[in-house]
Design a protein around this ligand. Structure first.
Ligand code: G3P
Ligand code: CA
Length: 328
């Protein structure tokens, strides 16, 4: 990334400035095309891998023939994770869906943040050097709004703010993106699933089933958590049904116990074709994370997964194009 910012010198700080956003987005998309080459992407499925059997009774997604592309923490390979810039870059690269992590501030505002602490992805220790705790839940929204969540990733993202859930929803709706919402560190935020549901019910665009732009039959929203009790509680808060995913690998002999869920979303190193089939047989989908090389993407597709979560959504889209061409 550091070789590109001189193309767009002097971005104004911060946040919602349109010129700034356009500039960083262009830089990141330019970087994405370079990264494709670095990753050694060839642009087509390799000859010795079988295409995804989308018509198979056991391996095909329940919702349609395509594998869903999901930009992990936004396009986090090219822009700072869990920021509006990362969502914008994901859309620019052609993503249909973005994943982000949601936590709650001390005064009850829902924000995008992966780590339980603010230290890795913001300048919180410089701005607030004397705090005993840097946990997300120990800061008010007003305090968090003073943080820079972009510079750690690249100077061209200086001033990128920590977004609220509502700001993220507004941007995703504007960009016609689907949303895989991860409830993050939920044990630190008791009842956060209820706060999230309250916000989502005020954003009905996301609740319309089977209406993901460009992908008829796919949903605009799904919710997931590593804490499966929270997943079950959250699912009950959406009477008209929002798909919910169990993050991690549910043991095969317990799949029937969890078949009230809609997705099982394990690490891609934890699955094989038999596991994906077992989840499908239990009536659920598999959206696997975090799959960052073309080889691993193709392997996951061949195993029959329904969605692939990646930091490099442009690479995934090329692999999916190659799979579709090979199957035609
Ligand atoms: O979407 C799945 C993935 O995001 C879970 O892992 O640590 O990146 O939130 P993590
Ligand atoms: Ca996540």
């Amino acid at each position: 990334m550091s070789g590109f910012p001189q193309i767009f010198p002097g971005y104004p700080r911060p946040g919602s400035d349109a010129l700034h956003r356009t500039a960083v987005r262009c830089v990141a998309v330019f970087a994405a095309s370079s990264a494709m080459a670095v990753l050694g992407f060839a642009g087509a499925a390799s000859a010795d891998t079988a295409p995804h059997e989308s018509g198979s009774a056991t391996a095909g997604p329940p919702h349609g023939p395509e594998v869903l592309d999901i930009a992990h923490r936004g396009a986090s390979g090219y822009a700072p994770e869990n920021t509006l810039a990362a969502i914008e870059v994901a859309a620019e690269l052609g993503a249909s869906t973005v994943e982000t992590d949601v936590q709650r501030t001390a005064d009850g505002v829902l924000v995008f943040m992966h780590d339980a602490n603010l230290t890795r992805t913001t300048d919180v220790e410089e701005v607030y050097p004397d705090r005993d705790s840097y946990a997300v839940g120990d800061f008010t929204m007003e305090e968090i709004s003073r943080l820079d969540a972009g510079s750690w990733f690249g100077e061209e993202f200086e001033g990128e703010p920590v977004p609220t859930l509502q700001e993220g929803l507004d941007l995703m709706k504007k960009l016609k993106l689907g949303f895989l919402l991860e409830i993050k560190a939920s044990s630190n935020h008791p009842g956060i699933e209820e706060d999230i549901a309250e916000v989502l019910h005020d954003n009905p665009w996301f609740l319309s089933p089977g209406s993901l732009p460009g992908k008829p039959g796919y949903d605009r929203l799904a919710i997931q958590d590593f804490n499966w009790e929270v997943v079950e509680k959250s699912r009950a808060l959406y009477p008209d049904h929002v798909p919910h995913g169990l993050l991690g690998r549910v043991p095969v002999d317990q799949l029937e116990d969890y078949s009230w869920a809609d997705q099982v979303n394990p690490n891609h190193n934890q699955i094989d074709e038999a596991y994906v089939r077992a989840v499908h047989d239990a009536g659920m989908e598999v959206h696997t994370y975090t799959v960052n090389t073309p080889e691993d993407m193709q392997r996951a597709i061949d195993r029959g997964v329904d969605g692939v979560i990646t930091d490099y959504v442009d690479v995934l889209l090329e692999v999916l194009d190659g799979s579709a061409s090979a199957a035609a």
